[in-house]
Design a protein around this ligand. Structure first.
Ligand SMILES: [Fe+2]
Length: 270
C-alpha cells in the first residue's frame, strides 16, 4: 500500500466504526485488524476498496460439485472491522439468540441465516469454519472497544457464532436481523476459514435497507452485480401469518478459486 494512503484508509475505516486509531501498535498490524489486504496489480490494497476474497483452494476443498450451482463470481471481501471478538465467548455455537446460563432470548427479529458455500467453479465447500458477528438489537457490539454507553448490552445475545459447512456446503445460524448504527448500514460480519487459514472476510447487508445507499464500505464495491451479491433479503417464510415468525435470510457464498487475490494473515483459531 502506498504510504500516503494508509492514514486516509485508517481514518475512513475508523470513522465508519466510530472509533479512533489505536495509539500504539504497528500500523500494518492494525490495518490487518481492519480486514483483508488484497493483492491487486502487485499492490496490497484494503479489500474494502473493492478486493475480491478467497484464496486458491487450500485445505479441505469440497470434492462434490453442486448440480444446481453454476460457476459464479467470487463473493466480494469486506474489512473485518474492529469488533471481531478479542476473546471468543464460551458459548460460541450457531444459535446467537440463546446464551448458556441466560434465560432471556435475544432481543430483535429472530432470523434463520443459511447458505451454501461453493468455489467459483461450483464445487461445494465442505468442512469450512463459518464465523459471524454483529451488533445486538440496540446497535452495540459485545466488545470492550464498543463503549457506546447509550446503547444497552443484551446478555441474551451471543454476538458471535460459529458453524461448519456440511457435506453439501451448507451452513446455518439462528441470529437476529442486523440493525444500523451511526455510519453503517445493517450488516453481519462473515468470515470463512479452512484448516486455520482465513479464506474470506466479508459482510452481508439487508436488502432494501435505506442505509445501504450511504454505506461507504458497501458502496466501495463499484461493480453493481458484486455489490448486490452482499444484499440479502430478510423475510418471513412465504405464507407465514404469525407476526412473530422467524425471518429467513439466505447468503450463498462463492470463494475465489484461482488464487489471484490473497487475504491477510492466518485465521484466529476457534
Ligand atoms: Fe461492523
Amino acid at each position: 500500500m502506498a504510504r500516503r494512503e494508509a492514514p486516509l484508509i485508517e481514518a475512513a475505516v475508523g470513522r465508519l466504526h466510530g472509533v479512533a486509531s489505536p495509539a500504539s501498535g504497528p500500523r500494518r498490524q492494525w490495518l490487518g485488524r481492519f480486514g483483508a489486504l488484497t493483492l491487486q496489480g502487485g499492490l496490497l490494497v484494503p479489500a474494502a476498496l473493492g478486493g475480491i476474497g478467497g484464496l486458491a483452494s487450500l485445505a479441505q476443498p469440497g470434492s462434490a460439485r453442486a448440480a444446481d450451482a453454476p460457476a459464479g463470481r467470487a463473493t466480494p471481501s469486506q474489512s473485518e472491522g474492529p469488533f471481531f471478538p478479542r476473546e471468543l465467548p464460551l458459548d460460541r455455537d450457531s444459535d446467537l439468540t440463546r446464551v448458556a446460563g441466560q434465560s432471556a432470548v435475544a432481543r430483535g427479529d429472530l432470523t434463520d441465516l443459511t447458505g451454501t458455500v461453493t468455489d467459483s467453479t461450483g464445487r461445494l465447500q465442505a468442512g469450512l469454519l463459518v464465523e459471524i458477528w454483529q451488533v445486538n438489537a440496540f446497535g452495540r457490539y459485545h466488545h470492550p472497544r464498543d463503549n457506546r454507553g447509550d446503547r444497552p448490552l443484551d446478555p441474551g445475545f451471543q454476538g458471535y457464532g460459529q458453524a461448519t459447512t456440511d457435506a453439501a456446503g451448507r451452513y446455518r445460524f439462528r441470529t437476529i436481523r442486523p440493525v444500523p448504527y451511526p455510519g453503517r448500514a445493517p450488516h453481519i460480519h462473515v468470515a470463512l476459514s479452512a484448516g486455520g487459514t482465513r479464506r474470506l472476510t466479508t459482510q452481508l447487508y439487508v436488502a432494501g435497507a435505506i442505509e445501504n445507499e450511504r454505506d461507504g464500505l458497501l458502496n466501495a464495491i463499484r461493480d453493481t452485480a458484486l455489490r448486490n451479491a452482499l444484499l440479502v433479503p430478510f423475510a418471513k417464510p412465504s405464507g407465514a401469518t404469525d407476526a412473530n415468525a422467524v425471518l429467513e435470510a439466505r447468503f450463498d457464498i462463492v470463494l475465489a478459486q484461482d488464487g489471484r487475490f490473497s487475504l491477510s494473515g492466518p485465521a484466529r483459531r476457534a
